[in-house]
Design a protein around this ligand. Sequence first.
Ligand SMILES: Cc1cc2nc3c(=O)[nH]c(=O)nc-3n(C[C@H](O)[C@H](O)[C@H](O)COP(=O)(O)OP(=O)(O)OC[C@H]3O[C@@H](n4cnc5c(N)ncnc54)[C@H](O)[C@@H]3O)c2cc1C
Length: 307
Amino acid sequence: MIYDTIIIGSGSAGLSAAIYASRSEMDFIVIEKIFMGTGQIAESERVDNYPGLYGENGYDLGEKFRSHAETLGARFIEGEVTKISPAKGIYTVYLQDGSEFETKTVIFAAGASHRKLGIKGEEELSGRGVSYCAVCDGAFYKNKVAAVVGGGDTALGDALYLSKIASKVYLIHRRDEFRANKSLCSKVAETENIETVMNAVPVEIFGDKRVEGIRINHNGREEALEVNGVFVAVGTVPGSEPLSGVVNMDSGGYIIAGEDCITSDKGIFAAGDVRTKPLRQVVTAAADGANSIYSAEKYISQLSVRK
Ligand SMILES: Cc1cc2nc3c(=O)[nH]c(=O)nc-3n(C[C@H](O)[C@H](O)[C@H](O)COP(=O)(O)OP(=O)(O)OC[C@H]3O[C@@H](n4cnc5c(N)ncnc54)[C@H](O)[C@@H]3O)c2cc1C
């Protein structure tokens, strides 16, 4: 069978796409590598910025998305997509277990993961003071002390964002100068409650039930900073590998696509965190899910006219 579309990934973008594909009566499946996966929002303790569901636990929010898609008839297949090959207007989607599926269009919604520091305490205190998203969790640090680790645009942007909420922000960077753009560097330098800590490598995040501090190797000497939260901003890795060489990507591996999710290959649509976009959130991923199906339907209708 040749599907109308195959949705890859069942995070916020993929599940929203599945809801729209069901309502459009498309023949489709959703392929997800994690058993009953609902994407990375499941890692969030509390989501305060998804409209209508204030204070929702991230796992529960993901479950709601998934059960909504299931109620409308979405069919899920568990497996990891390793490659997608276009040939004569049909796409073959290959899975790690050797199975393959054919489709007229692909909605690629494989997300992006945050690069980790890989130090003691990071995983243990994740969601309990260790965060990878200032926009998501910053509001919990009103009048508290936060640390941001990183030296690029995201790290400096996060520090500035947090400086408006927290009483103090340490910006920890392993080099003696930032990689971020000059205007961000100037803004950071002008912000009184941001203290930059250069030539400092984090070695441990510590705390009993929640983060209480971060230990750093600063100019060769170990020291501890007392903080309530640590924001890790050392880069993200998009899950775009299966489309390597198939669609155009930026230098970070994000698939180049606009709000309509159209990529350089007309039958492949990139939705959610995996595509180039300014803000990676549940609400923007869900919007992409809807837009990608709208674009895929338009593409399929043009195929039928051409026949
Ligand atoms: C700790 C944390 C807290 C957050 N808090 C908030 C918040 O409060 N508010 C907010 O709006 N956003 C928050 N976010 C961000 C939000 O989770 C993401 O923006 C959103 O999940 C992106 O959805 P997505 O569908 O694009 O990608 P994802 O949610 O990453 O889903 C991608 C899915 O694709 C699957 N996949 C990947 N590769 C393959 C493959 N090759 N084959 C098959 N399946 C594959 C993955 O397993 C995953 O399930 C948070 C993120 C984290 C990590």
